[in-house]
Design a protein around this ligand. Structure first.
Ligand code: DC
Length: 216
């Protein structure tokens, strides 16, 4: 079997890993999957059908029915969907089904960048490059706050910060595939970096791993 290039990117909510993953995929000519959308997709399907969020068998069925090609970020980014997603993401049966789909995505040519919480540890433990992207909770809250304000909304910084800390706790403390860096992951702390600097730093790590020279 030919192994395609896989880049695994993990990190907490609002660490900038999604933007980084998208830009890296475009740069290296790879496909991109935001695996958070797969958990959100299952949650949205249950919400739309009026089904309970706490029944593992029902959620597993929704996971089996999910088509990764139909995931729409604009629909799935709603706060209510995120809350519901964090409930189905703790269910081992749901994770098993979605991880299989995520692995199939990674295995297809020409290769892929996957971002999430457990890509380097569970989904693609053999990924050629693994990045673990972090930033302090305060920096992440400020980024979220600026995003919302830039979009014309009004945001409450303290509320955003509390939400980020709550999600961190839920992601790192859950029993099934908790958020943690793989042993061979490169740590990228973007607290003091803008997206351009983070993109350059990530490329330097990846090019080094691939034996390429970065252009700058
Ligand atoms: O990154 P996000 O907010 O879109 O993720 C939605 C939910 O799915 C969140 O509760 C974390 C969870 N998730 C996960 O458990 N494993 C992943 N690989 C990606 C997301």
């Amino acid at each position: 079997m030919t192994r395609h290039l896989t880049i695994a990117i993990d990190g907490p909510a609002a660490s900038g890993k999604g933007t980084l993953a998208r830009r890296l995929a475009a740069h290296y000519g790879l496909r991109h999957l935001d695996t958070g959308l797969t958990y959100r997709g299952v949650a949205k399907a249950l919400l739309d059908a009026g089904l309970p969020l706490d029944n593992e068998g029902t959620a597993e069925k929704a996971a089996r029915a999910l088509d990764l090609a139909t995931l729409d970020r604009s629909v799935l980014s709603a706060h209510g969907v995120a809350e519901a997603a964090s409930k189905v993401a703790v269910m081992p049966a749901v994770r098993e089904v979605l991880v299989d789909k995520q692995r199939a995505f990674a295995a297809a040519p020409p290769g892929a960048v996957l971002d999430g919480r457990d890509i380097g540890t569970v989904v693609c433990p053999d990924a050629m490059v693994k990045l673990y992207v972090i930033a302090s909770p305060e920096v992440r809250a400020t980024r979220r706050w600026r995003e919302i304000e830039a979009g014309g909304g009004t945001a409450d910084y303290a509320g955003i910060l509390a939400d980020i800390k709550r999600r961190d706790a839920r992601d790192t403390e859950r029993a099934a595939s908790p958020l943690r860096p793989a042993e061979d992951a490169h740590l990228l702390d973007t607290s003091e970096m803008d997206i351009e600097t983070a993109f350059r730093a990530a490329r330097a790590i990846i090019d080094g791993k691939l034996g390429l020279r970065s252009e700058d």
